[in-house]
Write a protein that binds this ligand. Structure first.
Ligand code: PLP
Length: 436
């Protein structure tokens, strides 16, 4: 009789495909995943020896690239002390130091830090904070959220309920999800004249339902996995004013935008305003370990905690010391690096390199912000031939829906970025040719 371990020994990839589930994939996966044996700098090494230039930063996270000596050393050093202890009743210096960095770098009133173990959980925590805040104030009917279409906030049920109802596939879970309010996706451009029409429907929803609304939740400046759309800071300034006017909290989900990706340390820094609650994750540990955090103000934490009331959340791996240690090292490495000028250079290179794709048949839009380059098509991309072709050409991108996009590690060289851009343009021409 062959045991599972025997089958694994005989052909581990076949075993993997038959037994291991992948993100947003059928089981077994329609396109088998590519096996990676190691990664270093901006290169992913395939099992068969080929190397790919990484254009994804492992979903926004690996801003310093892979196998980074300083980050490796931070984990190794912490490993010698302790890899984990429970956070209930115990604490440690790495958690405090990481909190100090986050409080220092995020907008002013945010100085209370709740560590979570993934981005989705950080969003759950943010939502729970907002609800518990209003509950503590005696507004027990403020239990809904207001958000915009085209958003992505994670895959757990609370987070999923504020994702775009169409791309988030709400219909499958429509009876299981809490019902929230959705304004249209912001279509205010990154710069240019403000038009009051941009915010009209959002304002109307707030006006009509603010008695039920605890908080507005948004991804500032960049809507990531919901469509890679960019929008202007003035929209967020208007949202801030409206939230204050109607007594509604404002949550910024900076899990994708945080740590320099948009050209500012946080997307909030484009706006000059502060949210009441903010989530960070993804690049927090430089892509080394799973860790996220939800920050809020002292006013909100004090309200929730009146009469010593606890905040009702506490992940088992809260503030994992290894993750905190590598997050501290990653943030310091970022701050010591010329990240600001580097991200600006990446933006310029994307802008110049992708411009030639604009206007091609089947291409709806080309857009760039910070270290993000996006080509949006009229029709969904056929991953069946595009994914293997990208690998064939030596780069790692993971297109989704109608989007071919890249968000490389900041340490990518001009030459490597040029390769990514060239391949993106080649693939765009092929898609465009098929479209005609
Ligand atoms: C990725 C992401 C999340 C979810 O984070 P996970 O760590 O995958 O749970 C939430 N919000 C935004 C904006 C994200 O990009």
């Amino acid at each position: 009789m062959t045991t599972p371990l025997d089958s694994f020994q005989q052909d581990w990839k076949a075993f993997e495909q038959a037994h291991v589930w992948h993100p947003y994939a059928a089981m077994p996966a329609v396109i088998p995943p590519f096996a990676i044996s190691s990664a270093s700098g901006v290169r992913l090494k395939l099992e068969d020896g080929r190397e790919l230039i990484d254009g994804m930063s492992s979903w926004w996270a690996a801003i310093h690239g892979y196998n980074q000596p300083v980050l490796n050393a931070a984990i190794q050093s912490q490993l010698g002390q302790m890899s984990h202890v429970m956070f209930g009743g115990l604490t440690h210096r790495p958690a405090a130091e990481l909190a100090a960095l986050l409080v220092q770098l995020t907008p002013a009133p945010l100085d209370q830090v709740f560590f979570a173990d993934s981005g989705s959980v950080a969003v759950e925590v943010a939502i729970k904070m907002a609800l518990q805040y209003w509950h503590a104030k005696g507004h027990t009917n403020k239990e809904r959220l207001l958000t915009v279409r085209g958003g992505y906030h994670g895959d757990t049920f609370g987070a999923m309920a504020v994702c775009d109802p169409v791309t988030g596939m709400h219909h499958i879970f429509s009876h299981a999800l809490p019902k929230h309010y959705f304004a249209p996706a912001p279509h205010c451009p990154l710069s240019g004249e403000w038009d009051d029409a941009y915010i009209a429907e959002f304002r109307a929803l707030l006006q009509a339902h603010h008695h039920q609304i605890a908080a507005v939740i948004l991804e500032p400046i960049v809507q990531g996995a919901g469509g890679m759309r960019f929008y202007g800071p003035e929209y967020l300034q208007q949202v801030r004013t409206l939230c204050d006017e109607y007594g509604v909290l404002l949550i910024f989900d900076e899990i994708a935008t945080g740590f320099g990706r948009t050209g500012r340390l946080f997307a909030a820094d484009h706006t000059g305003i502060s949210p009441d609650i903010m989530c960070v994750g993804k690049a927090l540990t430089g892509g080394y370990m799973t860790l996220a955090a939800t920050l809020t103000s002292r006013e909100i934490s004090a309200q929730i905690s009146q009469n010593g009331n606890p905040f009702m959340h506490g992940p088992t791996f809260m503030a994992n010391p290894l993750a905190c240690a590598v997050a501290i090292a990653s943030i310091k490495l970022l701050l010591e690096s010329p990240w600001h000028s580097r991200v600006a250079e990446i933006e310029t290179q994307f802008r110049q390199g992708l411009e030639g794709c604009r206007g091609l048949p089947g291409v709806r839009d080309v857009r760039t912000l910070g270290a993000i380059g996006v080509i949006e098509f009229d029709n969904p991309l056929d991953m069946g031939w595009i994914q293997p072709l990208l690998v064939e050409k030596g780069i790692w991108l993971r297109p989704f829906g109608r989007l071919l996009y890249a968000m490389p590690p900041f340490i990518i060289s001009d030459k490597e970025l040029n390769k990514i851009i060239t391949v993106m343009a080649e693939v765009t021409h092929l898609i465009s040719h098929n479209h005609e």
